[in-house]
Design a protein around this ligand. Sequence first.
Ligand code: ZN
Ligand code: ZN
Length: 450
Amino acid sequence: MAANIQAPKGTRDILPKDSGAWQLVEDIMRDEASVHGFEEIRTPVFERTELFERSVGDTTDVVQKEMYTFLDKGNRSISLRPEGTAGVVRAVLEHALMNDGAPQKLYYLIPCYRYENTQEGRQREFHQFGCEAFGAAAPVADAALIALAHSIFERLGIRNLSLEINSIGCPKCRGEYHAALKAFLEASKGELCGTCLTRLEKNPMRILDCKTPSCGEITQNAPVMKDYLCSECAEHFTAVQEYLDAAEIAYTVNPRIVRGLDYYTRTVFEFISNDLGAQSTVCGGGRYDGLVKQMGGAQTPALGFAMGMERLLLVMQAQNITLPRPPVCELYIAPLGRQAQVKAFAFTNLLHQAGIKAECDLCDRSLKAQMKYADKIGAVFTMVLGDEELKQNCAELKHMQTGEKTSISLGEGFLTEFVAVATQTEDNAAMGLDGLTVDFEGFEIFEKED
Ligand SMILES: [Zn+2]
Ligand SMILES: [Zn+2]
């Protein structure tokens, strides 16, 4: 294929055959967020680079290696957002949203950008659904966020996810832990991978979730944060677990869950799937009580999570989950001859005004070719308009799945009669919903390897 018509490496088009599934998943996310009292926020795709350096943290891989950073024509350093939280925090501060009362509960569905190694099944443009709550310090808020993510997975029908939680303490108690962890790791410094060697000084806790086997072995008996939590952090963590128990949400405490970004405090959590070969995190989040202040705002407790859409869809695909999909076309009108074409167009227009998905021939095709097309788009009903039908002022509605035919007037009663037949059918065939599901077969989430 000519290089100039290929999408850039690490990006992919979401084609109509797949976009229906994306929309269904997004609809469930929006609906569930709204049920939980979250409202949507939309922030720019790019921000000043400094925003990510200050929030995500300049010791992280994300900021050091993976950001799409460039100078704009005014010589400002700009970066495409590598994640959603930083922009939301910036917007909350800029528009003083906390003046409208606490908590502020926000969600977003956005593309993000990281210069990643695409061989590892990662996209450079990927999509995230995220929720953030500002101004909620109580441990019940941690449980409420986890419950929201949990209920989204339930509604999507995703099974076998394990929820793993941990507390990484606060700046007060983490210092002592870092010192203990560093002292422990110093002994086996020589066996750490290159990345962890640099983490040892600036962010030793990240060594705990390094995927290199040798690092995993070294940290097997490393001291755990849980034993170093100050009394406030320990109380908070115990309470979070009480709330999760009360909501009957199963979880495991895993001291290796530390999250990759610098801004987390206290509760961190991940929902992990084993359905994609190796373990993979489909949702990660936690508390970041210090971030808003660090970004120039007043001290504001906050927490949030994000889930990667691509990975979530892969898990759904691996679990053979099917989702009901509304039909693309409820009525296809097949005209024969010029006069019928005009009438078909007029009817289609009328149906559109009533919110009914209708189509007529746009290609001057034969009846056979038209019916083939109607079948291909999964039209629920078809109706042929020829000379005879126009003369009788009456046509036959054919339900494509059952083959059942109903006579319908082409006069003033057309719309009412069509709606009556369609609604009646809806009871048993649900407008074609029964047989129409997104089965993810042939569904493409990642670009094909060259
Ligand atoms: Zn603490
Ligand atoms: Zn390592």
